[in-house]
Design a protein around this ligand. Structure first.
Ligand code: SAM
Length: 207
């Protein structure tokens, strides 16, 4: 079964495990009914599906990868959502001050500085005043014993792949506090909390 899957299909499959919903749940808690939400780097669309089911928000997903967006389209075929392919490091094709919430999950820690700052600057442009930019990332912390103690089940085996594939970049991101520094320089409110038993972190920028 896995041999026939491309990466986007495999990623979409991983997202269906219980641990992945738990990973995304702190983002969903930040969203209220009728919020306009933009999910940057939406991948195969799991967050958009959960947002639709749990919050009734009005959702847009953007991504640079067409294959990921095709998987999102399959997952979301019964759901009203806008999916848009974008080019990396270019201005986003979205109007100023048009979203209450921007979520960026499992994306920024993996990008180079130029791409991170481009996404942040564009997010500041398109978020409404009083809105929130929410960045969810792995921490790279924890260790395999804790991971097993907290999450082991046949359905959750994908968490081991996620943990080991992201560990090094995630630990750098956790230690470097790039977003905190960005907020200090731009006079924005920054907050960070650890989630998923310390395996993930939710950073929030208030505009
Ligand atoms: C690991 S996936 C995360 C998908 C989803 N956010 C989630 O948490 O399940 C990272 C996604 O970010 C996308 N991506 C990478 N660079 C990007 C950029 N500069 N702008 C938007 N999306 C980007 C990738 O194509 C990929 O779909």
């Amino acid at each position: 079964m896995f041999i026939k899957m491309n990466f986007s299909q495999f990623f979409s499959y991983i997202q269906e495990a219980p641990w992945y919903e738990k990973f995304l749940s702190p983002v969903i808690k930040e969203v209220t009914t009728n919020d306009k939400v933009l999910d940057i780097g939406t991948g195969s669309g799991k967050l958009l599906e959960l947002l639709h089911n749990k919050t009734n928000s009005v959702n847009t997903g953007i991504d640079t990868n067409n294959s990921m967006l095709q998987e999102a389209q399959i997952k979301l075929h019964k759901i009203k959502v806008d999916l848009v392919q974008i080019e990396p490091n270019k201005n986003l094709p979205l109007k100023n001050s048009s979203f209450h919430i921007i979520s960026i999950c499992n994306v920024l820690f993996n990008l180079n500085e130029k791409s991170v700052y481009k996404i942040l600057n564009e997010s500041i442009r398109i978020i409404k005043k009083g809105g929130k930019i929410i960045i969810l990332s792995p921490t790279g912390k924890g260790g395999i014993l804790k991971l097993t103690a907290k999450f082991f089940s046949i359905k959750n085996l994908g968490i081991y792949i996620w943990y080991f594939a992201t560990k090094n970049r995630a630990a750098e991101w956790t230690n470097n506090l790039i977003l905190k520094e960005y907020c200090r320089k731009n006079n924005l409110k920054y907050n960070r909390k650890f989630t998923l038993n310390g395996f993930a972190q939710l950073e929030t920028i208030k505009v």
